[in-house]
Design a protein around this ligand. Structure first.
Ligand code: ATP
Length: 368
């Protein structure tokens, strides 16, 4: 297993593009780290620098605590899997998987035994004689994984390995890959722009934007307590409600959030009230997830946000209500009210309720 550390790493391409801007990141031994961000944010460049396929302009990349800046790719003990699989079309599955072993002059009997073991682990033991053109997309991807695994690397680098597959297969393979990598105990840095992939597979997620690292944490941390407004807006579907509010603290009773012409009171026993209290007298942005807002048929003054329902969206597993509250739009997960008590719905914010009137399609009524 391998540890990876990036120390103030910057990459400027010859045309002046700053692809990676002063990024520092530690990946622990055996950790599954996902680099997540929109197209062009620099995640592939980070991966390619770890692999040694790109030079570092400034800063250092450490593998197992030693600078790898001047280490050629083949001496880094890494295996890389790309989105286009890059299998040799004229070789069968067995030879494709065994190719790295042949390069390392492993003798044929041992080679075929190792190939057999890896293929069995990946569930492709019965297609060893086929050519890549005779395989499904999922099987080709498994062969590419097999070729990476067979060398028993200390570090896997994966660049959007599932992006050429259809969504059903992607969901299946993401569980398989993360399971397999964990079973092998290998450190993994995995690049994707797909947040579902990131949040389901990662031990920790590192979110990048325009070359800059925005946040690093477990999926729960980055989703629940995003470090920046960018991450708050980027992660999650529907998008987190971001509401401008002025904060006023009443030490005896509550913290009042003034949202336009409405006031929302957070009681002192709500831990969020204490976080927000630091901003007494200031204008802040409050982030509330749709599933943390509970629609109720009524409410006492002060503990509701009143909104006018613009439209409802049904997604099968959830129904979203889009409301206007004053000048701001808010999205509410209608099903949130049906979640049994003791569930993951944040408690304090369950008070921030909205009254929904009527159902389905365009809406006439505002709430009260
Ligand atoms: P994607 O998800 O689309 O692959 P990414 O987040 O992996 O994007 P990179 O491929 O790392 O992004 O690219 C980061 C930035 O560096 C982009 O603006 C890209 O255009 C630029 N870039 C990448 N390679 C080069 C190069 N060889 N020369 C100049 N600019 C480059």
């Amino acid at each position: 297993m391998t540890t990876v550390a990036l120390k103030d790493v910057t990459k400027v391409f010859p045309d002046g593009t700053v692809a990676v801007d002063n990024v520092s990141l530690d990946v622990a031994s055996g950790e599954f780290m996902v680099l997540l961000g929109p197209s062009g944010c620099g995640k592939s460049t980070v991966l390619r620098m770890i692999a040694g396929l790109e030079d570092v302009t400034s800063g250092a990349i450490l593998l197992n605590g030693e600078s790898a800046n001047d280490l050629p790719p083949r001496e880094r003990g890494v295996a890389m899997v790309f989105q286009d699989f890059a299998l040799y079309p004229h070789m069968n599955v067995s030879d494709n998987i065994g190719f790295p072993l042949r390069l390392s002059h492993v003798e044929p009997t041992s080679r075929s035994e190792q190939v057999r073991q890896v293929a069995a682990a990946l569930g492709i033991g019965d297609v060893l004689d086929r050519k890549p053109s005779q395989l499904s997309g999922g099987q080709r991807q498994r062969v590419a994984m097999g070729r990476a695994i067979v060398r028993r690397p200390g570090l896997f680098l994966m660049d959007e390995p599932l992006s050429n597959l259809d969504s059903g297969l992607r969901a299946e393979l993401r569980a398989e890959i993360s399971g397999l990598v964990r079973e092998l105990g290998v450190t993994c840095v995995y690049v994707t722009h797909d947040q579902a992939e990131a949040l389901t597979m990662a031990d920790r997620v590192a979110i990048m934007r325009q070359g800059v690292l925005q946040d690093v944490g477990t999926p729960t941390q980055v989703y629940g307590r995003p470090a920046t407004l960018y991450v708050a807006a980027f992660l999650g579907s529907p998008r987190m409600n971001l509401l401008e509010a002025e904060v006023y603290v009443n030490l005896d009773r509550h913290v009042a959030l003034h949202l336009g012409d409405q006031v929302l009171y957070l009681p002192w026993n709500d831990v969020r009230a204490r976080h927000v209290a630091h901003f007494h007298g200031e204008r802040i942005v409050v982030g509330i997830r749709a599933e943390a807002l509970v629609p109720v048929p009524g409410g006492t003054a002060g503990d509701v946000i009143r909104g006018r329902v613009r439209y409802l969206e049904h997604h099968g597993h959830e129904s979203l209500a889009f409301l206007d509250i004053g000048a701001t739009a808010v999205v509410v997960d209608e099903m949130a009210g049906q979640v049994p008590s003791g569930s993951a719905v944040p408690n304090g914010l369950r008070r921030l309720v909205s009254r929904l009137t009527g159902r389905g399609g365009a809406h006439s009524g505002g709430g009260t």
